[in-house]
Each structure stands twice: as structure tokens, then as C-alpha cells.
Design a protein around this ligand. Sequence first.
Ligand SMILES: C[S@@+](CC[C@H](N)C(=O)[O-])C[C@H]1O[C@@H](n2cnc3c(N)ncnc32)[C@H](O)[C@@H]1O
Length: 175
Amino acid sequence: LRSGDLAIDATVGNGHDTVFLAQTVGATGRVLGFDVQAAALGMAQDRLHRAGVSERVRLVQAGHETLGTHLPCEGRRLRAVTFNLGYLPGGADKTVVTRPETTVAALTAATRELGSGGIITVVLYTGHPGGAEEAAAVREWAKGLPQTYWSVLSYRFVNQRGTPPALLAIERGSP
Ligand SMILES: C[S@@+](CC[C@H](N)C(=O)[O-])C[C@H]1O[C@@H](n2cnc3c(N)ncnc32)[C@H](O)[C@@H]1O
């Protein structure tokens, strides 16, 4: 990500990643953020205000599977999309989780919109109900991306007990 880029936070939650993206794209960049929960967007909005970056961010209360309908954005090329799956940490209802069908639909939309040299990151959790199935669906989808255009790296902890998160980094090559 460089100054002036467009980035998407596909799972805004408490807004930590949204702030990071907004700081990285700078005052001339833009961030689009999606979450289905109004409470999450409210907390994220406060965090963005406190960080002084809210003018460069548009928060949308909608599923990330709709992201393609919110583009293009001021003619900017999309350079990064971040997904942090699962439930809202500290949220009232932990049954509101990301789901395999909508997550894969959103990832597919992201691959259509991403500019060359762009990156999609996906943090996968397997410790909550449905998490393992979602992680498996995302890995299966990622395996199907043609290697001519896409490089997919899987990062996993090898020394942590329990069900540590894992990261997929999906990079679109330059033509
Ligand atoms: C692990 S949390 C994200 C945490 C966030 N990155 C942060 O910094 O706090 C996952 C979020 O995904 C949201 N979510 C669930 N289904 C969604 C969907 N279809 N589209 C967008 N967000 C969704 C949940 O409401 C929840 O806030």
C-alpha cells in the first residue's frame, strides 16, 4: 500500500485494521470498510475519529459480498483488501460470524476488483463453531486461483497450543 491508494477492510469490527489501512494510504488515499453490525461500525467510527483519519474512510453497513457494487471509488485502483474472519471480539452476540458462502463470494469479488501488484489478506480462525469449515472453504477456494496470476502464501503457527489463527496472503502478480 502506498500513499493515495484505495484499500478495503472487509470486516471492520472494532476498527483496528481500518485505522491501520487509513494511516497507510495517507491523507490522499481512501478506505472502504464493511461490517453487518451497526455497533461495530459505531466503535470503529470513534476509533477513526480519535486517530484523525475518518475523512478518508467510508464505512458501509452491508455484507462484504456486496463490495463490488460500491466500486469504483473516485477512479482509484484497489490495492489491498483485508479480511479478519469470525466474530466481533467483545461483541454482544458471538453468533454473528462470517460464513463460508459469503466469505468466498466476497473473496471472489475482491479478486475481480484488485489491481495488479495488489494483495488480499485473510485471517482464519478455527476455534468457534463453523470456523474450521469456513477456513477449509477459503483454503479450497484459494487453491483454485491460477498460479499464472496469483501467488498464495499460507502462514501458520507451529508452536502454539489450541487453535491459533492462520493467515493467507493472496498477491496478484504484475502483468
Ligand atoms: C474478527 S471481527 C473483525 C475484527 C476487526 N478487524 C478489528 O480490528 O476489530 C469479524 C467481523 O466481521 C463481521 N461480519 C460478519 N459477517 C460479515 C459480512 N458478511 N460482511 C462484513 N462483515 C461481516 C462481524 O460483524 C465482525 O465484526
